[in-house]
Design a protein around this ligand. Structure first.
Ligand code: PSU
Ligand code: MN
Length: 289
């Protein structure tokens, strides 16, 4: 792996898939700036990660993000196709798995995202498990996330993390959060309420294990969705994504896009609210490492 621009390793990594494929294009650049400002407000610095013209880049500039948003096709790169985008010299948005790979290689220790990928529903008939889960066994970086996207099978995803031996930390919670919802039926391995104690754990645990850590930060209460309403929206969005014929890497962006539409922007607002909260917690941890 080669890194184009070396930002200081004292930065919080941010991913491009969330911006390029997860929110409407008009929301992406403003969100990137807001996340950067939040992280700076906590005494750290942001580093947007993506593949620009085939070059894995840590610390993309606004102009590079704008170019990616204007490009006709931007690949979504997980660990399976990262090297392909590099060899083809194309733009690629990095998911949690590849942002972890690239940022950890550059020495960054903290990464803020929305929700990690996981086990999709219906694995009895079709096995769809995000490359994000395996990435935690390979790349030493702490990922602040609002749990796993609630479009997934949350309980099975939690079980898979357990099987993979990935530590799940709850930030001020005993429950493994489910993205738009603060709680799920599953729990965490340890709860921290003090950020200095959490930072001390991360500082020691990353070099000890050489693996990633999940830091689960529930969506702020003011953005949490009503569970009943949420499941109705999800049903509709899944049907629409199925009707589109979405498959493989296209499934997550298709469902998220339809959700934002059928909820009249409520899920988008919630998504943005939780990502900002994660950026703040990541900045708090990173500035204490
Ligand atoms: N969370 C969001 N929006 C997103 C994603 C997560 O709020 O767009 C992205 C992340 O980049 C994550 C990816 O790594 O979805 C998982 O995709 P898949 O299920 O195809 O592995
Ligand atoms: Mn998948």
């Amino acid at each position: 792996l080669q890194i184009d621009k070396h930002v200081s390793s004292r930065a919080v990594a941010l991913e491009t898939t969330l911006l390029v494929h997860g929110v409407p294009h008009s929301s992406a650049a403003p969100l990137a700036s807001e996340l950067g400002a939040i992280i700076e407000g906590e005494g750290s610095a942001p580093a947007l990660v993506g593949v620009v013209d085939g070059v894995p880049t840590v610390g993309m500039g606004m102009a590079q993000l704008e170019a990616m948003l204007e490009a006709e096709h931007v690949a979504k790169a997980n660990t399976a196709n990262l090297g392909i985008s590099m060899s083809q010299g194309e733009h690629a948005a990095t998911t949690v798995s590849t942002t972890m790979e690239i940022a950890a290689f550059a020495g960054l220790r903290v990464f803020a995202t929305g929700g990690i990928g996981g086990v999709h529903e219906g694995y009895g008939t079709k096995l769809d498990i995000s490359a994000d889960l395996l990435a935690f066994t390979r790349f030493p970086i702490a990922v602040v996330t609002s749990g796993v996207k609630s479009i997934l099978d949350v309980v099975s995803t939690r079980e898979a993390l357990e099987s993979l031996g990935v530590t799940v930390v709850g930030w001020k919670t005993d429950s493994f959060p489910a993205f738009y919802l603060r709680e799920s039926e599953s729990g965490v391995d340890v709860r921290f309420d003090d950020v200095d104690e959490l930072a001390a754990f991360v500082r020691k645990e990353l070099p000890r294990s050489g693996r990633g850590i999940v830091i689960a930060n529930p969506i702020p209460s003011e953005y949490e969705l009503d569970a009943g309403q949420w499941s109705k929206w999800l049903k509709k969005a899944k049907k629409l994504a199925e009707a589109d014929g979405a498959s493989g890497r296209g499934v997550t962006p298709a469902i998220l896009g339809h959700l934002h539409a059928v909820s009249e922007g409520k899920t988008l607002e919630a998504n943005i609210g939780l990502v900002k909260s994660n950026a703040r917690v990541a900045g708090m941890i990173e500035s204490r490492l």
